[in-house]
Design a protein around this ligand. Structure first.
Ligand SMILES: Cc1cc2nc3c(=O)[nH]c(=O)nc-3n(C[C@H](O)[C@H](O)[C@H](O)COP(=O)(O)OP(=O)(O)OC[C@H]3O[C@@H](n4cnc5c(N)ncnc54)[C@H](O)[C@@H]3O)c2cc1C
Length: 305
């Protein structure tokens, strides 16, 4: 190990409330079950610990990537030469009247369930999206006519450049389809988010969540690892329908396949590499361009080595 890396490791190992793994296969931390080893894989247990890790990576100028639950990313087969920091151990959720505050690593499903348990309506759509609150704010996750932007009132982030913790109000997020201001500021790391909900009927909320989950199970290839919809919606078109009509269902590169159940998903049939997925994405994009003269854009985020 280079001296710089050794110095960083020494400092990192002094920090409290974090877990560290070395050469950690990222396939273990992504819903695609794809990704080579990260030199360092760190899970801070609190926002404070996360800040301390990020300060250290800046001090030592170590390449850093923050992830949530790994459900919208494709990590390179060669892994990541630096530190992957996962928020997945920061999962506290608190409720005060109709306002829920969640740490970045809380799962959307836990968030939706908490809202339901408190008879609060507005987050049913998020039940079953396998991401974290941080990832969902970053992506403006949405489903079944609901979107994070509709219920979020505030988020708090750590600015890696200035070292400050800053609160951003609803409008400041510049939410758009699968987009937020965070996508243009990779140095802003989301620590928590706040949601304002409306009082509702607990049983009705639970029934709606169950119904949406039933629809997911029926339509999506949840029996295989994936990162959800591979491509963004193209304005005015259904991407999955275009892929299906292009005859690409079942199209395979190595272990990666366009799902036969839902053409919008690339699934890992077993042993898929990031290279397989990227080749398949490329193949689909070229075919859709040939047929429609439009460029469809991946929703899945590729994290290179
Ligand atoms: C089966 C399946 C179904 C899905 N269904 C849906 C759906 O219905 N709707 C939908 O919108 N998505 C869906 N997704 C995609 C995915 O779950 C969402 O995009 C989710 O919001 C990603 O959250 P994550 O924590 O997994 O983020 P990750 O995949 O870990 O990261 C995604 C991006 O967010 C950034 N990020 C994560 N946490 C932070 C943070 N704290 N601060 C700053 N940046 C951060 C990462 O750097 C990365 O660029 C689905 C995925 C799967 C596998």
């Amino acid at each position: 190990m280079a001296t710089d890396a050794k110095l960083f490791q020494n400092d990192l190992e002094q920090l409290q409330n974090i877990s560290i793994r070395y050469d950690e296969p990222m396939a273990l931390h992504t819903t695609f079950h794809i990704g080579g080893p990260a030199d360092f894989y760190v899970e801070p247990q609190s926002a404070d610990a996360l800040r301390r890790v990020l300060r250290l990576t800046k001090k030592h100028n170590v390449k850093t990537q923050v992830i949530g639950r790994g459900s919208n990313i494709l990590i390179a087969d060669a892994g990541f030469h630096g530190v992957i920091v996962s928020t997945s151990s920061m999962k506290q959720i608190t409720v005060l009247e109709n306002v829920i505050t969640a740490e970045a690593g809380a799962t959307l499903t836990a968030l939706a369930k908490t809202a339901c348990d408190h008879a609060l309506t507005g987050l049913q759509f998020s039940n079953g999206i396998p991401g974290s609150v941080g990832g969902a704010v970053f992506m403006n996750a949405g489903a079944y006519d609901g979107e994070i932007s509709e219920v979020l009132t505030e988020s708090t982030y750590y600015d890696r450049e200035s070292g400050e913790v800053i609160s951003l109000s609803g409008d400041g997020h510049r939410f758009d389809y699968r987009n937020s201001i965070y996508r243009t500021h990779p140095e802003w790391i989301i620590l928590s988010a706040r949601f304002a909900l409306l009082p509702g009927d607990e049983n009705a909320i639970r029934r709606e969540m169950e119904e949406l989950m039933r629809r997911r199970i029926e339509k999506q290839p949840l029996e295989y690892p994936s990162a959800g919809s591979t491509f963004k919606r193209y304005p005015g078109r259904y991407t999955a329908k275009m892929i299906d009509e292009a005859g690409l269902k079942g199209c395979t590169v190595g272990g990666a396949q366009v799902s036969e159940k839902h053409a919008g998903f690339i699934i890992n049939r077993g042993g898929a590499t990031a290279g397989d997925v990227l080749s398949l994405i490329d193949k689909i994009q070229k075919e859709i361009y040939r047929l429609h003269k439009i460029e469809i854009e991946p929703e899945v985020i590729y994290i290179p080595e």
